[in-house]
Design a protein around this ligand. Structure first.
Ligand SMILES: [Zn+2]
Length: 499
């Protein structure tokens, strides 16, 4: 090893909903190669956090490839074939010049036609390329699906500890610190994994206020006090219907199998006891509209069923239709993905009046197009950056349309909508409206909840409905709560170690 150990950096991140009928493709990914990946330096991303640690530790990053896609439907077989080949080719080339360790940044909730554990495949193949003895550390979103195949390849890991996610860079920092120790010290990581047959959703998952957060803080505590090298509770993305979808506790210690097992089992037992609390609470659209009509202050209608950040297409018009049918009279602000409507607006120009349909363009089984005669208020290229992570968003040609008491931002492409970035970028302030439709189960508190009078979680069909039994899972291991009745749980730790 040189005096400046060389750390291979690879990234592949996507989260999919198996219930989105639209396949995703290679083109969904934003690819950075080699030195282009330095663009993440200083950002609140996993790579941003990791690069700082490597720099301070006098280690040299060797950039392979970063592929990141917004959440979407299952990846096509062709897309996955091309993407995985490019990633592994980039790894191979970098390994030839000599490396001392690998940091692989992942989301964990990918899925492709013919490969329902893409991350497991990438890690297995990467291990084949780098050999058995180099340390490899991964980072994962807590909505990831950490599989047996993945755990058999890694020497270390770090998991998001916050939801809504704000600790991207912090997770990269923890992953890199683990890796630095693996390169410099004689660590003997042993992982205890306890699989919990439960899928969870709802407000109790908000780590600042919910009971899930109380358990995460215990995981953080054992990381900080040295009991564990890493610990976390991964809940999976309930919409990524793959064989190992589940909730699970992971605790890694330095050779102490008993401590890893004890801590993982104890957290899993506590989690299981809370499963009923960690479910979505909904209100019917009719009732929410009736209540909103009697409330003075602004309200949010949460359309978690069409959450683009969880893999839904973003073309649901269900709430808009309901509001129109019931003649809701407040000022409504909403977002929708509809390429044809956006194109028609760009063709007509600002100020023009156009007859278009909104929504129902992608998920045609769940939604039908809604005809409107709208005024084109503003046109944009659909570019912005996320409020927290500051990474780029690209909705393609975008239009602000108004009709009656409605203002709707119309996008050409599906993109994450878990903050206010696309409203601000198109000259709109949610505070100027009485009812705002938010296509995300949760946003950071200050964005809406801090100032709206009520946030209604609407029970409405969609590829990411928190009403999980309505979705129709076919791949994940059964029985699992709440898809099945009378599910029982006997905590059992499975140990992994590469020694
Ligand atoms: Zn997530």
């Amino acid at each position: 090893m040189s005096s400046h150990p060389r750390i291979l950096i690879v990234e592949c991140m996507q989260e999919i909903s198996s219930f989105n009928p639209v396949l995703s493709h290679y083109e969904n990914f934003h690819i950075e190669r080699g030195e282009e990946m330095r663009a993440q330096e200083g950002l609140n991303t996993a790579l941003g956090g990791a690069l700082k640690v490597l720099h301070n530790a006098d280690m040299e990053p060797v950039f392979a490839i970063s592929a990141r896609a917004g959440s979407a439907g299952l990846q096509s077989a062709e897309g996955w074939q091309r993407l995985s080949s490019e990633i592994l080719a980039a790894v191979s080339i970098c390994v030839e010049s000599g490396i001392d360790g690998v940091y692989f940044s992942m989301h964990g909730a990918m899925g492709a036609e013919g490969e329902l554990d893409p991350e497991g495949y990438l890690l297995t193949e990467t291990r084949r390329i780098i050999g058995e003895h180099l340390p490899m550390v991964i980072s994962l979103d807590l909505h990831g699906i950490l599989t047996n195949r993945m755990l058999r390849q890694v020497n270390g890991l770090a998991l998001y500890h916050t939801y809504p996610h704000v600790d991207f860079a912090d997770t990269g920092r923890r992953a890199a610190e683990f890796l630095v120790r693996l390169v410099r010290e004689l660590l003997r990581p042993v992982f205890a994994r306890v699989v919990i047959p439960a899928l969870v959703r709802g407000d109790e998952l908000i780590t600042k206020s919910g009971c899930y957060g109380d358990l995460i803080r215990e995981a953080q505590r054992i990381e900080r006090d040295g009991t564990a090298l890493a610990a976390g509770i991964i809940i999976g993305n309930p919409f990524t219907d793959v064989p190992e979808l589940c909730s699970q506790v992971i605790v890694a210690t330095d050779g102490d199998e008993a401590a890893a097992t004890r801590e993982a089992v104890s957290l899993a037992e506590e989690f299981w006891a809370l499963r009923h609390r960690m479910q979505g609470k909904f209100i019917s659209l009719e009732r929410a509209i009736a209540q909103a009509s009697t409330i003075k202050g602004p309200v949010v209608f949460t359309d978690a069923a069409d959450a683009t950040s969880s893999g839904a297409p973003g073309d649901s018009n269900g709430i808009l239709k309901g509001l129109r049918q019931s003649h809701y009279s407040g000022r409504v602000l909403a977002q929708i993905v509809d390429p044809a409507a956006a194109a028609a607006a760009h063709k007509a120009g600002v100020g023009a009046e156009i007859a278009v349909t909104l929504g129902g363009a992608l998920d045609t089984t769940r939604y039908s197009p809604m005809p409107v005669i709208a005024r084109v208020r503003l046109l944009s290229d659909g570019r912005a950056s996320l409020e927290t992570m500051k990474i780029g968003l690209d909705a393609g040609p975008t239009a602000v349309l108004t009709f009656d008491n409605y203002t709707v931002v119309v996008f050409s492409r599906t993109l994450s909508l878990f903050d206010r970035a696309m409203y601000y970028a198109n000259g709109l302030d949610p505070r100027d409206f009485d009812l705002i439709v938010v296509k995300s189960p949760h946003t950071e508190f200050h964005m809406y909840d801090a100032w709206v009078e009520n946030n209604f979680n609407i029970d409405i069909p969609g590829a990411t409905s928190a009403n999980l039994p309505t979705l129709g899972h076919t791949h994940c291991a059964r029985p699992i709560f709440p898809l099945d009745e009378n599910v029982t749980f006997t905590p059992q730790a499975v140990l992994y170690s590469r020694l």
